[in-house]
Design a protein around this ligand. Structure first.
Ligand code: GLY
Length: 373
């Protein structure tokens, strides 16, 4: 397997597969290396495409990336559906952010002003108006903000579609583990696999999510400062959807969100834990999720428990992703997307493909953490 691809992507999650699919669509020869594609954070993710609800006021660069990628999602979803024949359960019906107390209501007022300034649709609602939209909400909900621009998608369907679309475009999937880089004259020319084989490539793109900072065989000066941030998330099932849109709120100081799927599944997420590479599902994690979800929608405890998983988000020191070329010629990155891998996948694929050097590329450049020689 020493022959060369134009692009070789390390990591088959939503980001790596999006990068690979786009490169294949542009006519490049592409391979993705992953021992278990689509099984990491993308498998756990809820799939909210909610840049405003997910970012805080102080994270304006992240918000800019999120809004730019959200704007790309309708075309990305349509093209991926056409290329794969898969339905992604993509919906753009907004997020309802709800509040219980005076403090939360004040936060919503500020958020409404902020969203309005961005020119995005946002409607402040009373508790009664919230319940008119979502009758299953708790009577204690005192107000809400309907962020109409937000959308969501089923990430498991997205990665399934990307795998199909990539294959249809002639992309190769190598189910293996990278153990090192192959270099020649100071440039990366491919990777070594655990089997001892090498795969040649003109360009290697690291998209290994939470594992990106712990990959074997990367020189220390380019090893990205990515750490795993655990999220436990559960899926409940009802015969028909009990919510029409994403609902979020702050309960006991923690953010909880409920994401409805078209088939009646309800995703409840997610914990945020700094536990290294621990992916155990814990009784305490689930208890917190259910306790908080029940405050928003008391009926959740009646639903069937369908699935519980823990995923690892790839966190970075500044919460911004690492996308673009590194100091090492031939090596690029598409990692560190923290809570926003699904949202940021279309933009990331574009930035990787174009090697663009615009403002958004500068925000995500891996060079901000690399020492120049
Ligand atoms: N994007 C939601 C989460 O990371 O929990």
């Amino acid at each position: 397997m020493a022959h060369g691809f134009d692009v070789l992507v390390i990591g088959g999650g939503v980001v790596g597969l999006s990068v690979a699919w786009r490169a294949a669509k542009q006519g490049r020869t592409v391979a993705v290396v992953d021992p278990a594609p689509a099984s990491g954070a993308s498998h756990a993710a809820a799939g909210m495409l909610a840049p405003v609800s997910e970012a805080t006021y102080t994270e304006e660069p992240l918000l800019r990336l999120g809004l730019a990628s959200l704007a790309r999602w309708p075309a990305f979803a349509a093209e991926l559906t056409a290329d794969s024949g898969h339905d992604l359960d993509y919906r753009a019906d907004g997020t309802l952010e709800v509040a219980f107390g005076a403090d939360d209501l004040a936060v919503l007022d500020d958020l409404a002003v902020f969203v309005d300034k961005l020119g995005l649709p946002a409607e402040r609602l009373t508790g009664r108006e919230c319940r008119r939209l979502e009758p299953m909400l708790a009577p204690s909900v005192r107000g809400g903000l309907l962020a109409g621009a937000d959308a969501w998608v089923d990430p498991r369907r997205v990665t399934g579609a990307l795998l199909t679309a990539l294959e249809r475009r002639g992309g190769a999937l190598v189910r293996g583990r990278m153990t090192g880089l192959r270099t020649a004259a100071g440039a990366v020319t491919g990777v070594r696999l655990a089997t001892g084989e090498t795969v040649g490539a003109a360009r290697v793109i690291l998209a290994a999510g939470a594992w990106s900072g712990a990959l074997e065989g990367l020189p220390p000066e380019v090893l990205p400062p990515v750490r795993p941030i655990k999220g436990q998330i559960m899926r409940l099932r009802s015969p028909a959807p009990i919510l029409q849109r994403c609902v979020r709120g702050v309960v006991h100081g923690a953010h909880v969100y409920l994401v409805p799927r078209g088939d009646g599944e309800l995703v409840v997420g997610a914990t945020q834990e700094e536990m290294g590479f621990d992916t155990r599902v814990t009784a305490g994690g689930l208890w917190e999720l259910l306790r908080d979800a029940r405050e928003l929608v008391p009926g959740v405890t009646e639903l069937e428990l369908a699935d519980v998983v823990a995923g690892l988000r790839p966190g970075t020191p500044d919460n911004l992703p690492l996308v673009g070329p590194t100091l090492l010629p031939g090596l690029s990155m598409a990692t560190g997307h923290h809570r926003g891998g699904v949202l940021l996948a279309p933009l990331t694929a574009e930035l990787c493909d174009d090697e663009a050097d615009g403002e958004l590329s500068t925000i995500c450049s891996p060079l901000r953490f690399q020492e120049h020689p």
